[in-house]
Ligand binder design. Structure first.
Ligand SMILES: NC(=O)c1ccc[n+]([C@@H]2O[C@H](COP(=O)([O-])OP(=O)(O)OC[C@H]3O[C@@H](n4cnc5c(N)ncnc54)[C@H](OP(=O)(O)O)[C@@H]3O)[C@@H](O)[C@H]2O)c1
Length: 325
């Protein structure tokens, strides 16, 4: 039997049940992974609360993990028993000691990177990779705005954009988070709760505005984010920590400078294995070179999943959180 964290219905953290289930042998195209570390992500909260629907309940939540391949089913040539692997993928099922999943979603972990850092980094790393390189190709000198700049994805975006040579402006919820963002390449951290970030961004950019806004907060920041953009700027609303942006006014986008709006998903950008592997190689290569740091700032046991969710929702975390089974 395998220990897992499941939900039987959506709701608060009291719905997270520590249970035992039988994991069957891996089916065709599948591998079994014994987790050494599991990533805790905002999407796990969307699944728990029902903001994003899971296909069936009860369900083990979690979409990110790292561990060792302990068995493979028929027709698997991507991995073999004993491989060190990491993943970020659907279906959910990562809050578990072990699980089966499609072998073509597994990426190799380079030797110098621990399971903990791989589980904390693979989602945030390849998210930053596609957001900065594919959603829009950020160039040296581009002014950009990153909300929740001290968060998991936020710290990764700041470091990577700084490495590209962009001028990184960030918003954060506290002075301590501003210090952390600054240490990670954010030249201009703004404490959003104290200062009007739109005014600040305009001032920092000499009135011009930024080329792109990376907005993971959604509902609460959408209007301000749009007002920070320069003509032809791109609003990348890639998360919903404060709730979904339910309505985008096409005419407003025109009037505010023929702006672009996108609500991108990693699962679409990584649907081809070649893209997933290229993205992971790019990310792990920069980690290996010491250019990107994976911040594993909160570690919990599997039985502490509720605390991990409360801390993330309560804005009490920085960098990444993991569960160690
Ligand atoms: N689209 C994609 O492909 C993709 C992939 C990965 C992650 N994501 C998204 O990326 C975002 C960041 O994920 P993460 O796991 O790294 O989380 P995180 O950024 O570490 O944590 C969320 C942060 O959002 C800020 N926040 C502002 N208003 C909030 C509110 N009302 N409630 C809660 N938090 C609020 C807080 O930072 P401050 O205190 O600094 O405001 C909080 O620490 C999430 O929205 C997630 O859905 C999207």
């Amino acid at each position: 039997m395998t220990k897992v964290v499941r939900i039987h219905e959506p709701g608060g953290v009291d719905r997270l049940m520590l249970e035992q289930i039988e994991v069957p042998p891996p089916g065709p195209g599948e591998a079994r992974v014994a987790h050494r570390a599991i990533g805790v992500n905002y999407i796990d909260i969307y699944h728990r609360t029902g903001l994003y629907k899971l296909p069936a309940l009860p369900a083990v939540i979690g979409v990110e993990g790292a561990g060792i391949v302990t068995a493979v089913g028929p027709d698997v040539d991507e991995v073999k028993v004993g491989d060190r692997v990491a993943y970020i993928c659907y279906p959910a099922g990562a809050y578990a000691e072990e699980r089966n999943l499609a072998a073509d979603r597994l990426v190799p972990i380079p030797d110098g990177i621990s399971f903990e850092r791989a589980a904390a980094g693979i989602n945030r790393g390849i998210t930053a990779q596609y957001l900065l390189n594919r959603t829009i190709a950020v160039e040296p000198g581009d002014p950009i705005l990153v909300h929740a700049a001290a968060g998991g994805v936020g710290l990764m975006l700041c470091q990577w954009a700084h490495h590209i040579g962009a001028v990184v402006i960030g918003t954060v919820g506290s002075e301590a988070k501003a210090d952390l963002a600054r240490l990670n390449g954010c030249q201009y951290p703004i404490v959003r709760t104290k200062t009007d970030f739109v005014k600040e961004v305009r001032q920092i950019t000499g009135g011009e505005g930024v080329r792109v806004v990376y907005d993971s907060i959604g509902k609460d920041t959408y209007a301000g984010s749009i007002d920070c953009l320069r003509p032809l700027g791109m609003m990348v609303n890639y998360g919903n920590a404060s709730g979904l942006v339910e309505f985008v006014n096409a005419r407003e986008l025109t009037l505010k400078g023929s702006l672009f709006f996108t609500h991108p998903s990693l699962f679409v950008y990584m649907r081809k294995r070649s893209d997933l592997l290229a993205s992971a190689r790019h990310f792990f290569g920069l980690v290996d070179a010491g250019i990107l740091k994976i911040h594993v700032n909160q570690t919990y046991g599997l039985a502490e999943a509720a605390k991990a969710h409360l801390d993330l929702e309560g804005r009490n975390t920085t960098g990444s959180s993991i569960l160690v089974p």
